[in-house]
Write a new protein. Structure first.
Length: 164
């Protein structure tokens, strides 16, 4: 007589197939829109992006006005007065932004009142690190001395020599 309709639900595989087809059609429609600009200017060759791009803020003493500069390495640049020396020190340091390991003994020597903050990117990794010239932090400071400019160098405990 006529056609018979089944009241059975569709198979699970058919549902997934329909959903997949809809996704493919939608993705194809989104990617098919293009623009043509015949008056487009050829792109200028950009300077290579620095592999290290940091902002350094050093406070020379409590209550003093912080000094701020930028440092880019590989290629060297930024507002750091001696960017090449700072990049040499930074790139020679092993894990320059690693935290101080737990459980190590630290000298209770204050090499100076300076404090610093370094933020930015270091070979694609975000960096936000604080430094000071006291205790365990003094070792980290000495490792990166040139990065802190003229405020990062000094004599005595800052250079790692014993204090008498």
């Amino acid at each position: 007589m006529g056609m018979k309709f089944s009241l059975r639900p569709a198979r699970d595989g058919a549902r997934y197939l329909v959903a997949a087809i809809l996704c493919v059609v939608t993705a194809a429609a989104c990617g098919s829109v293009t623009t043509t600009n015949s008056a487009a200017k050829p792109a200028k060759p950009a300077t290579p992006a620095a592999k290290v791009s940091l902002t350094v803020v050093v406070t020379p003493a409590p209550g003093a006005t912080p000094k701020r500069w930028t440092l880019r390495c590989d290629p060297a640049g930024g507002t750091e007065p001696d960017a090449k020396a700072a990049c040499r020190a930074l790139l020679a340091a092993k894990n320059p932004f690693a935290p101080i390991p737990r459980g190590i003994m630290c000298p209770m020597i204050v090499a100076g009142p300076q404090k610093a903050t370094i933020t930015g990117t270091f070979f694609g990794q975000h960096v936000a690190s604080n430094f000071s010239r006291a205790g365990c932090q003094a070792t980290r400071w000495a490792k990166l001395g040139a990065v802190f400019g003229s405020l990062g160098t000094g004599s005595g405990a800052a250079s790692g020599s014993p204090v008498h």
